[in-house]
Design a protein around this ligand. Structure first.
Ligand code: CTP
Ligand code: CA
Length: 222
């Protein structure tokens, strides 16, 4: 009954999100990845669907079911994630990058399992594309939301990333506050300032992030 009266803040809007880590192959049985449970991205995808949006969730490997009402596109690497994002971006008015994208990938994945040899080994890595920055740099970009998990100086790094990637909204948190758990403590950054949301469940934080982004998008006061 209560759900019936919830305002559908994103009705008629298409949202594309990235979530989870990426996995960059070294050889057929090994790879490089980031720590990410996918919980925050999945909670946000669910909150967007509940707010009435059409939701496409481009997800790296995580151990979570697809939220109800969300179309999930499963990917492994950053390059696959970028392809899946651009393949699904048409008609989207909101893009949210929650994924912990590996900044670098092995320059060349070995075709066969690499054999052990010697006391040390070297791996040459090459920079991955910045998916969020590429979407935000489109001629007519969707409303872009970024995430930043930092281990120190959150305000400086978070506002810096928001401005550098030209994002109207960025969600920051300290890694020690949220990684892997069901709760987190985040701060929203937009062009008007910072809005600490305090400690809460990822589901509750996702709802508040949707409220904030809908207010910015619809031009209303927060
Ligand atoms: N991001 C992305 N593609 C990448 C790297 C990051 O889309 N190759 C997105 C993330 O999903 C997140 C935001 O950019 O929304 C910030 O990611 P983060 O790793 O914090 O920032 P970087 O720009 O990669 O800077 P650094 O890792 O050096 O702090
Ligand atoms: Ca990074």
């Amino acid at each position: 009954v209560i759900a019936f009266f919830q305002p559908k803040l994103l009705a008629g809007r298409k949202v594309v999100l990235t979530a989870g880590p990426t996995f960059e192959a070294i050889d057929p049985v090994r790879g490089i990845t980031n720590s990410s449970s996918g919980k925050m991205g999945y909670a946000l995808a669910r909150a967007c669907a509940r707010a009435g949006a059409e939701v496409v969730l481009v997800s790296g490997p995580v151990a979570l079911p697809a939220p109800v009402g969300v179309r999930r596109v499963a990917v492994q690497s950053a390059l696959e994630m970028r392809d899946a994002v651009f393949a699904n971006l048409s008609g989207a008015s909101i893009f949210i990058g929650v994924a912990a994208v590996a900044d670098y990938r092995p320059l060349k994945a070995a075709e066969h399992k690499v054999k052990k040899s010697g006391d040390t080994m070297q791996l040459t890595l090459t920079l991955n594309p910045d998916i969020l920055a590429e979407v935000a740099a489109l001629p007519e970009p969707p409303f872009c939301v970024g995430f930043a998990a930092e281990s120190r100086e959150l305000d400086t790094y978070a506002q810096g990333k928001r401005v550098a990637k030209r994002l109207p909204l960025l969600v920051g948190n300290l890694v020690q506050d949220g990684l892997g758990g069901d709760d987190n403590e985040v701060v929203l950054y937009d062009e008007n300032g910072r809005y600490p949301l305090g400690r809460s469940s990822k589901a509750e934080l996702a709802k508040r992030i949707v409220d904030h982004l809908a207010a910015l998008l619809n031009g209303g006061a927060q």
